[in-house]
Design a protein around this ligand. Structure first.
Ligand code: 6R9
Length: 630
């Protein structure tokens, strides 16, 4: 451990060594935040002004609660900013995308000029199939450059993309195709996962039954001999590329035209189609990529998400490309062929900015430090996390073992609905393990009670966003009622559905989803709090806790625990863990039952599905489990 520190939640402040650049170009948080508060519209206008517009906006924002319009009457095309802007200037030969397949040496590199051309060609291919502005295209692909080309090609011609992560099964895909009324599906014959083929096309075949909106299926054929296409519905990716013109001008889009629909990861309830629009989303994704990730000319940036998640939309594709970055993508999983593969990739490509999820970090902790130690990770200068609370143990490990105690750790809190980073600790600012940080300049967030009154530091409450922001979702597809709920539950604020607590400095610690709260003898416990305490025990790799009925206390805590390698389950260990939680949080949080497990039910984006554990425990129906990983 770094300097013998105590890593209980929020008890330590890590002052990062100044980053190898000059620190965040936003300046210090206080000054930048004050600049935003003085003139929110001016602040965002300045950011938007760094991008190119076909027509300037008349007003920065129009807010008719709960409906917002940003950059009113502005006209743009996001791909013009992600591609043409770089491909026409002296950046044309800069590498835009590096793809690394499962096998070492299996690589593909596209410069901005090349990516631009691929996108224009595929945009024309879509047009040739009758796709136009406002049509919906469903993209169901593995993590290959063509997935990104397809996305950008839609945006080029004003078609709305709905990406469905390649790990979803037929019924989840079917539901999303139907809800979005997709006209075209872009898919591949297979994806590769752990050296095995995943037959995506077969899943599409099943999913399009009884989906009358679908007119064509474009298939990228990766295997040889080529998969046979057996109906006139199906067309070959390469063939339609070959038949398409090379030049496709960007469609002129209104700032408020829809850019994409993305169904949320659905840790709870049925998936919702979140709708984002062109202008505000572009500005938000660009701003945070440029300034939160502090993107520099020579950065090699790697976000380990899939474009099928919002993290991939905003921080693999739109944000980093708008910022002109070199983006690495890979089809590899973190532990195949061994848990060293990702660290070898960092060394091999000289990755400077690395963005991953707590679930991956905790998995690497389980495998041990030997793996990252075998590679040089010296190129890294900034490391980030997203998706779940980054508990202090994981923070410390990530900071020390991966960041070499020299990189800012950006624990970024945000959502599919927010479109962009909302809360984090900017590079160069003091970091507090367990705390995501403060709202970034441009964002107004708070922790409040049910009536909307700010709670005192140290008291738990609801995480809300009090002012609209450019990349906010504009609608829930076909469900205005659900959209309005976000803004009408607590005092007209945007309610994120997360519980949080603030400290005296305004740092926010996210405790978990509000629906994951456990009430033990009248005390509210966030699942993340108890899980974090468990994970801080040396034997524990990962933990999930749920509330189970208790005659005396209303609810009691039950914990599911995955042990680190080298630790065996025992009754003694159980009582050690109970004691450990007692000492960390207090008697109220002591688990009344502990079960050692090999794995935990997770969404395909890596979030623990406590709802499923609970249903198993109670012998009830878990509800919609389309997002559950097998
Ligand atoms: C980007 C993304 C959103 C939910 C969100 C919260 C959890 C995300 C977090 C975090 C604590 C962080 N979450 N980042 N919790 N600390 N840094 O994950 O979007 O899939 O829509 O999930 O994820 O509970 O409400 P999405």
């Amino acid at each position: 451990m770094d300097g013998n520190v105590d890593v209980k939640r929020g008890e330590r402040v890590v002052r990062p060594p100044p980053s190898p650049g000059e620190g965040s170009r936003l300046g210090d948080w206080e000054t930048a935040y004050a600049r935003y508060r003085e003139d929110p519209e001016g602040f965002w206008a300045a950011v938007a002004g760094e991008l190119e517009w076909f027509r300037p906006w008349d007003r920065v924002r129009e807010w008719r609660h709960p409906y917002a319009r940003w950059f009113v009457n502005g006209a743009l095309n996001i791909t013009h900013n992600c591609l043409d802007r770089h491909a026409s200037g002296d950046h044309r030969n800069k590498v835009a995308l590096i793809w690394r397949g499962e096998e070492e040496g299996d690589e593909q590199v596209l410069t901005y000029r090349q990516l631009h051309r691929e996108v224009m060609r595929f945009a024309n291919a879509l047009k040739n199939l009758g796709v136009g502005k406002g049509d919906t295209v469903c993209i169901y692909m593995p993590l290959v450059p063509e997935q990104i080309v397809a996305m950008l090609a839609c945006a080029r011609i004003g078609a709305v993309h709905s990406i469905v992560f390649g790990g979803f099964g037929a019924s989840a895909l079917h539901a999303r195709i139907r809800d979005a009324k997709a006209k075209i599906i872009v898919t591949a014959d297979v994806g590769y996962r752990r050296g095995k083929r995943v037959a995506l096309k077969t899943i599409v075949d099943e999913a399009v039954v009884n989906a009358p909106s679908v007119e064509r299926i474009i298939v990228l054929r990766r295997t040889r001999p080529e998969l046979e296409l057996y109906s006139e519905l199906e067309v070959d990716y390469e063939e339609c590329m070959a038949a398409a013109d090379a030049f496709c001008p960007p469609e002129v889009m209104d700032a408020e035209d829809p850019l994409f629909i993305l169904y949320t990861s659905g840790t709870t309830g049925t998936p919702k189609g979140i709708v984002h629009t062109c202008g505000g989303y572009m500005v938000g994704a660009y701003y945070t990529s440029q300034y939160v990730f502090d993107m520099r000319e020579n950065d090699v940036y790697w976000c380990t998400a899939d474009p099928g998640w919002i993290t991939g939309h905003s921080y693999i594709v739109y944000g980093p490309l708008a910022a002109g970055a070199t983006v690495l993508i890979t089809e590899t999983v973190p532990d195949h062929p061994d848990p060293g593969v990702w660290w070898r990739i960092i060394e091999d490509f000289g990755v400077t900015i690395f963005y991953t999820a707590p679930t991956a970090i905790r998995m690497f902790m389980k495998f041990g430090e030997e793996w990252p130690k075998r590679s040089s990770l010296d190129s890294l200068r900034l490391i980030g996390s997203v998706g779940e609370p980054l508990n202090p143990e994981a923070f410390e490990w990530y900071y020390r073992v991966i960041g070499g105690s020299a990189c800012p750790v950006l624990d970024t809190w945000w959502q599919t609905e927010t479109g962009m980073h909302m809360i984090t600790t900017l590079a160069g600012e003091p970091m507090k393990p367990g705390f995501a940080g403060r709202p970034i300049p441009g964002v107004a967030a708070d922790v409040v009670d049910r009536e909307g009154n700010p709670v005192q530091p140290g008291v738990g409450g609801l995480l809300v966003i009090t002012e609209p922001w450019p990349a906010m979702m504009r609608a829930v597809h076909n469900n205005d009622e659900r959209y309005r709920q976000y803004w009408t539950t607590v005092n007209g604020y945007y309610t994120a559905g997360d519980l949080a607590v603030k400290d005296e400095d305004g740092y926010i610690m996210v405790l978990g989803r509000a629906d994951d709260i456990i009430i033990v003898a009248g005390h509210n416990l966030g699942t993340a709090e108890v899980e974090s305490a468990l994970v801080s025990h040396e034997a524990v790799a990962e933990a999930a806790v749920i509330g189970i009925p208790d005659a005396l206390k209303g609810q009691a805590v039950k914990a599911f625990v995955i042990l680190r390698l080298g630790h065996a389950p025992s009754e003694k260990l159980k009582s050690d863990l109970v004691y450990h939680v007692r000492m960390s949080i207090g008697p109220i949080a002591m688990p009344s039952a502990i079960e050692f497990v090999e794995s935990l039910p997770k969404t395909r984006s890596g979030k623990i599905m406590r709802r499923v554990l609970k249903a198993q425990e109670m012998g009830i129906d878990p509800g919609d489990i389309s997002t559950l990983e097998e």
